[in-house]
Design a binder for this molecule. Structure first.
Ligand code: CU1
Length: 151
């Protein structure tokens, strides 16, 4: 009788912990500066995250028209194409080509003092794939990029 109760107790605890694991929002933060740089060269998210929330802050003072930054996530092999196509899209489109399916997630372009957050499902990511984050403001991605690690 006592054993039965213990088993029931254990399975309840197990159910509770897997319910928690079923929705794990992993939050990361990154800043951009007036010196055309991110404050991080690498971001990593654990494989058991179900949602990823990225907040980009612009720590500088310059307006978006002069020194805007966004945070764009794509496969590393797509970085150059996404950045080059984004250039022509203009600020109103956050320098991202409309309907660009190579873009996994992105924030809007922010200026000094502003911030933006993007949330996306971790199911959009595959373990072992090489991902990069970067800024698609024209000319910025050569300086503003980093590795995004999943797993
Ligand atoms: Cu930028």
């Amino acid at each position: 009788m006592k054993t039965m109760r213990m088993i029931a107790c254990l399975s309840l605890a197990f159910a509770a912990s897997s319910a928690f694991a079923a929705d794990k929002v992993c939050k990361v933060e990154i800043s951009g500066t007036d010196q055309m740089q991110y404050d991080k060269k690498e971001l990593s998210v654990a494989a058991d995250c179900t949602q990823v929330e990225v907040t980009l802050k612009h720590a500088g003072k310059l307006p978006a028209q002069a020194m805007g930054h966004n945070w764009v996530l794509a496969k590393t092999s797509d970085l150059a194409g996404v950045a080059s196509d984004g250039m022509g899209a203009g600020l109103p489109n956050n320098y991202i080509k409309t309907g660009d399916t190579r873009v996994i997630a992105h924030t809007k372009v922010v200026g000094g003092g502003q911030s933006d957050t993007v949330k996306f499902p971790a199911s959009a990511l595959k373990k072992g794939e090489a991902y990069s984050f970067f800024c698609t403001f024209p000319g910025h991605s050569t300086m503003m990029k980093g590795a995004f690690k999943f797993g």
